[in-house]
Design a protein around this ligand. Structure first.
Ligand code: VGL
Ligand code: ZN
Length: 205
């Protein structure tokens, strides 16, 4: 039997309308978070290893528009030849809205990412500079081969985490109904790109 794991991506106040987050993603009201809580609790109960990612930036992080004089939120600039969306400051280390919104007892481990001011990190596996997180080691240690991935945002961190999982050889399934995207067009594109990379997309668990 395959050993299954779950990665719950960036379910943090700053990404939710519920908590009036700095980078609130549409459709992330209290009812959506409750749905995630029920789903994640059920997976944990049935024996899955459940990991979380947590966006965890220093206040001077390169992805914040406030650290690029003259720029506005959602401007796109080149950073080391790569497109970087400039976000409102969000998930600043130690702030209330950087906290995970689901019960911490669900999680076997929490992987923090985006801690280096110089690199963004949509993926839970590695940052844009190629620095790896502990994610792959945590999964390997538990002999996990199959992964269920969901959370926020479908078109950024869920996508990047699922693509890296597939690249690393895990059999990944993204649950679209347990995920929300920043924008409809990029979310639709993200689902197509993930499918094209061999990731299964499911509406519900
Ligand atoms: C995310 C934008 C910036 C995400 C994180 O969790 O998808 N998006 N930082
Ligand atoms: Zn971020």
């Amino acid at each position: 039997m395959k050993i299954m794991g779950v990665i719950v991506v960036d379910v943090q106040g700053d990404f939710t309308t519920w908590k009036k987050g700095a980078l609130a993603v549409e459709g992330t009201d209290a009812a959506f978070i409750e749905k995630l809580r029920k789903a994640t609790g059920a997976l944990k109960q049935s024996g899955y290893t459940v990991l979380a990612t947590q966006d965890w930036h220093p206040a001077d992080h390169i992805s914040f528009y406030t650290n690029h004089p003259g720029r506005k939120p959602f401007d796109v600039v080149a950073v080391r030849d790569k497109k970087q969306v400039l976000w409102p400051p969000h998930c600043v280390q130690g702030t209330e809205n950087a906290k995970l919104l689901l019960d911490e007892t669900f999680f076997d481990a929490v992987v923090q990412k985006g801690k280096d001011r110089n690199y963004d990190s949509y993926s839970g596996f590695q940052d844009d500079g190629g620095a790896r997180t502990e994610m792959d080691g945590l999964l390997k240690k538990r002999s996990i081969q199959d992964l269920i991935v969901y959370g926020i945002a479908t078109d950024y961190c869920v996508k990047a985490t699922a693509l890296d999982a597939a690249k690393a050889g895990y059999k990944a399934t993204v649950v679209a109904g347990l995920s929300r995207g920043v924008a409809p067009d990029t979310t639709a594109e993200a689902l197509e790109e993930m499918k094209a990379s061999g990731i299964a997309i499911r509406e519900e668990l």
